[in-house]
Design a protein around this ligand. Structure first.
Ligand SMILES: O=P(O)(O)OC[C@H]1O[C@H](OP(=O)(O)OP(=O)(O)O)[C@H](O)[C@@H]1O
Ligand SMILES: Nc1nc2[nH]cnc2c(=O)[nH]1
Ligand SMILES: [Mg+2]
Length: 164
């Protein structure tokens, strides 16, 4: 939903670790799980953290791609898994429109689907999540960002001042 994103929600490695652990605490009551299906690529890091916390060693992947930077395109399923998902935990970083989530739910209807972050349109698709952000927010993950110089406020303002 990029073209209408009006604000950014930057997530640091520390915050992502903390939020993924909070998700693991919630999921501890819903298990035990046979294994995790991570939705690549965004689900890989949260899946690792949750697998570590819940002592899960079996991790498979469903590979889906639908966004080019902030622009949504057709979802393309590059790799699937078999079965109906009974006893399995699906992990993704977030649900936005819910399109990716609906695809994985159709593939594995009996699995438990969890994400770290959720936007309102995707929320009904997930069983468990930690933090909700508004639909017009773009979540910036640590793997998509790098620190850079920021101008002091006074200089930034001076640069914008129109001298009569
Ligand atoms: O609810 P939706 O509107 O479908 O959006 C959510 C999906 O979009 C992102 O994946 P993306 O397609 O960008 O691929 P990536 O995980 O490889 O970054 C994100 O990781 C979710 O999987
Ligand atoms: N990084 C990132 N990827 C997305 N894919 C769909 N929505 C988002 C978002 O808010 N942030
Ligand atoms: Mg993804």
């Amino acid at each position: 939903m990029s073209e209408t994103s009006r604000r950014y929600y930057p997530v640091s490695w520390e915050q992502l670790h903390r939020d993924a652990k909070a998700l693991a605490w919630r999921l501890a009551e819903s298990g035990p799980f046979k294994g995790i299906v991570a939705i690549t690529r965004g689900g890989l890091v949260p899946a690792h953290i949750i697998a570590r916390e819940l002592d899960i060693r079996v991790i498979d992947t469903i590979c889906i791609s639908s966004y080019d930077e902030e622009t949504q395109g057709d979802a393309s399923v590059l790799k699937s898994v078999g079965g109906d998902g009974t006893g399995w935990l699906i992990i993704d970083d977030l649900v936005d429109t819910g399109k990716t989530g609906r695809i994985v739910r159709e593939m594995l209807p009996k699995a438990h689907f969890a994400t770290v972050y959720a936007k309102p349109a995707g929320r009904p698709v997930v069983d468990t999540f930690v933090t909700e952000v508004s639909q017009d927010t773009w979540i910036l993950f640590p793997w998509d960002t790098e620190p850079q110089y920021a101008k002091p406020i006074a200089k930034a303002r001076a640069g914008e001042t129109v001298v009569p």
